[in-house]
Ligand binder design. Structure first.
Ligand SMILES: Nc1ncnc2c1ncn2[C@@H]1O[C@H](COP(=O)(O)OP(=O)(O)O)[C@@H](O)[C@H]1O
Ligand SMILES: [Mg+2]
Length: 355
């Protein structure tokens, strides 16, 4: 006879590497059924983008199969993304669980490309994802996500309906301004327009809401970080010295407004030659990781230089969709997993601290 208590005891041996507790005491194991020698159960993760999902599947199958009498194990997965303490309750986005800003010290380091690919990777994993392009200097998500001149519509409450692109809800400042009108935004205008993009767009229920911030650490960025109830920020940089210094400034800005920095990402880290398959560090490599260590910020990963990254974005299909098996796509997917894990960990820690 296979006993439920033995199965539960066996599953206690599996520890979540981010939350540092076993999956039973975390309450992840659900719907346990025993039918003769056949055991089925569900593991409910805190994010569908969980980087250790397959690892859990292997361990859970192995340890239950090792019990006497068990002939067959089937593990299912679900996810229940929990709302971060920080973004709840927010009158602007009541049903958005996590709000993540993507920031960079300067332009052209791949911030929008990261936003598009991270968001796509999360959506691919099954999460409900929204993306707001808040780059007042150069909104680029309409092109990167393939919606240059969309027709906008409103719902019954007269709220703008975000576009559905690649399984995500997307809205961009670029939908509202024409290509050749440079916009000069002053502080109060930035604040007002953001409030509109958050409050008057029908975002609905979202697990992860990504905001592509304008580059820099000046007034506009500060206004945005103060106007939006951010859960956390990801700072992207390239390996050049100057770029890393600016990233450190970005870190300081978020610390000043008490927004947790989830980590640093290094873009354009190395170039893998498509002909000889050898890697060259076009810019100096590894600087971002060292900067992260110095500032005690997690290092979330490095993205190689790959012409396909740019080509796919130019064609409106981020590389995680267009070429999911490429090294660059895998790098974006891994970073998405680490961001999701970091958010789950923070949520759990805050919830526990609050009792
Ligand atoms: N890893 C990469 N490999 C190759 N090209 C990249 C990579 N990351 C970004 N790019 C390209 O660099 C340019 C700047 O990227 P973008 O995301 O628009 O930067 P930002 O939003 O920081 O200004 C774009 O043409 C983009 O396609
Ligand atoms: Mg950009």
């Amino acid at each position: 006879m296979v006993m439920e208590a033995d199965i539960v005891q066996a599953l206690r041996s599996i520890e979540d590497p981010d939350l540092h507790r076993d999956i039973v005491s975390l309450g992840f194991v659900k719907d346990l059924r025993i039918d003769g020698g056949r055991v089925t159960f569900t593991i409910e993760l805190t994010t569908p983008a969980c980087p250790v999902k397959e690892h859990f599947r292997t361990l859970a199958t192995q340890c239950v199969l090792a019990l006497p009498g068990v002939t067959d194990v089937a593990v299912q997965f679900t996810a229940n993304v929990r709302a971060s303490a920080r973004s709840q309750p927010t009158p602007l986005l009541p049903d958005v669980k996590n709000i993540i800003a993507i920031a960079s010290g300067k332009g052209g380091v791949g911030k929008s490309t990261l936003t598009a690919n991270l968001a796509c990777a999360m959506a691919q994993s099954g999460a409900m994802v929204g993306v707001l392009d808040a780059d007042i200097y150069g909104p680029s998500l309409p092109k990167m996500l393939g919606a240059l001149h969309p027709t906008l519509s409103v719902d019954a409450q007269n709220r703008l309906i975000p576009l559905e692109l690649h399984g995500m809800k997307v809205f961009s400042l670029g939908f509202m301004v024409t290509d050749d009108t440079p916009v000069i935004w002053r502080g109060p205008m930035v604040h007002n327009v953001l409030n509109q993009l958050l409050g008057q767009v029908a975002w609905g229920v979202l697990d992860y809401f990504f905001i592509d911030l304008p580059p820099g650490t000046g007034d506009a960025q500060l206004t945005i970080t103060q106007s939006v109830p951010l859960t956390g920020a990801v700072i992207i940089t390239t390996p050049q010295e100057v770029s890393i210094q600016i990233a450190s400034k970005g870190l300081k800005m978020f610390q000043e407004v008490q927004v947790p920095v989830l980590g640093f990402v290094e873009n354009m880290s190395a170039f893998c030659c498509p002909h000889c398959h050898r890697e060259s560090a076009i810019f100096r490599q590894g600087g971002t990781e060292r900067a992260a260590q110095i500032h005690h910020v997690p290092f979330l990963g490095a993205i190689p230089i790959d012409p396909m990254v740019a080509l796919d974005c130019d064609a409106g299909e981020p590389i995680v969709f267009a070429h999911p098996d490429s090294e660059a796509a895998k790098a974006y997917q891994a970073i998405a997993g680490r961001v999701a894990a970091a958010l789950s960990t923070r949520q759990m820690e805050t919830a526990e601290a609050a009792g």
